[in-house]
Design a protein around this ligand. Structure first.
Ligand code: ATP
Length: 368
């Protein structure tokens, strides 16, 4: 819904039908993507889905088996990484241990002159300031925490003033608390510079928190490309619905369709799920042609399943509960299915949970 027509502005990075094969294996499968100028764009997906390979193709560490990578409209085929004006940060920050922090950052300047009227040392100080490590130039990298080292690695990557920043799981070696703090800092640095950034992570929560748009990848292809809110609220497939956050996915036949109560209200379908009729709003895209007999797949986020409330209600039994602090994530068993709910109060035994039609999101319709 929030997809903007991006033909108007030339994308900073464009992949056009890009495939990368390693022998029999296809790591990246006919991918077409556009990253906008100044955008924080994230590739997220499970292990082996092709995130790192996609990033390496953009960096120039790999060449596509077929298809074209373009920067600002120009093909970069055959252009080596050092001539692509990209800054790259990997998971294992790999600072040079025999150099000071300042020398590490200065190393990034080796192949580029500092801006006019600025000395090398001033530029290094400026970069350390940017990553919130002022005055750290003389320190030994090993005296820094993992998060601080990773920020130095970012300063080093940013030193030559690249057009594009590529980050491959830069936080995965850090503990959870540090990761959350560092992601806020990374986003601040990116916004401050307005630098186009492509970020790789397998952590969907991190992807939602940090990005302007995310591409959820599966088997070498992006399955959905959209802003975090859209991916979360309107997943385009069962895979996305289940990969991004907790979710409850249901499937069943449409038994009846109630006309809309108002012109701007969606119609509501009755869907037979395991003998129970659940009521689902079927407005918008794909909802128009729905007819009784169609098979509908839909999802309801745990926060929309409520105890003793909602138009569609089912009786379910508490199977397990995890205390998360603010809420408890409870798994309920319902007719051989698991239902996830989030509650503030502890639950036990049998409960009635329900949801309203407009809190269900239609993922797919099968008319066969
Ligand atoms: P992870 O999160 O585990 O790093 P990923 O999503 O980054 O995974 P890639 O590293 O891009 O995935 O790998 C995609 C697929 O391509 C995998 O099946 C991988 O085994 C394969 N692959 C990647 N690089 C090579 C290579 N150099 N030679 C052979 N196969 C490769």
């Amino acid at each position: 819904a929030e997809e903007v027509d991006d033909t108007a502005t030339r994308p900073a990075v464009e992949l056009d039908g890009v495939t990368k094969r390693y022998g029999e294996a296809t790591a990246v499968d006919d991918v077409s993507l556009r990253v906008r100028e100044g955008e924080f764009f994230t590739l997220v997906g499970p292990s082996g889905c092709g995130k790192t390979t996609t990033l390496r193709l953009i960096a120039g560490f790999e060449e596509p088996s077929s298809g074209t990578v373009r920067f600002a409209g120009e093909s970069v085929a055959g252009v080596p990484p050092e001539d692509r004006d990209v800054g790259v940060v990997f998971q294992n920050y790999a600072l040079f241990p025999h150099m000071t922090v300042g020398e590490n950052v200065g190393y990034g300047l080796n192949f580029a002159d500092p801006p006019e009227g600025v000395t090398r040392d001033e530029r290094v100080d400026e970069l350390l300031e940017l990553v919130d490590l002022p005055g750290a130039a003389d320190r030994d990298p090993e005296s820094l925490s993992g998060g601080q080292q990773q920020r130095v690695a970012m300063a080093r990557a940013l030193a030559p003033g690249p057009d594009l920043l590529l980050l491959d799981e830069p936080m995965s070696a850090l503990d959870a608390q540090l990761r959350e703090r560092l992601r806020v800092q990374v986003r601040q640095i990116q916004s401050e510079l307005g630098i186009t950034t492509v970020y790789v992570t397998h952590d969907q929560e991190e992807a939602l928190a940090i990005s302007d748009r995310v591409a959820v990848m599966r088997d070498g292809r992006p399955e959905q490309v959209a802003p975090p809110r859209t991916v979360y609220r309107e997943p385009s497939s069962r895979f996305v619905a289940e990969f991004v956050g907790d979710n409850n996915v249901f499937a069943g036949r449409v038994t009846d369709l109630a006309p809309a109560e108002r012109d701007d209200a969606p119609r509501v379908a009755g869907v037979d799920v395991g003998g129970e009729t659940l009521r689902v709003a079927v407005g918008g895209e794909g909802g128009d042609g729905i007819a009784p007999g169609d098979r509908l797949t839909f999802s309801v986020r745990p926060e929309y399943l409520r105890i003793d409330e909602g138009e569609s209600r089912v009786r379910a039994a508490v199977a397990s509960a995890e205390f998360l602090g603010e809420t408890t994530r409870v798994t309920l068993g319902w007719g051989g299915r698991d239902l996830l709910v989030r509650t503030r109060d502890p639950l036990s035994g049998e409960v009635v949970v329900g949801f309203d039609p407009e809190d269900a999101h239609v993922i797919g319709v099968d008319r066969s």
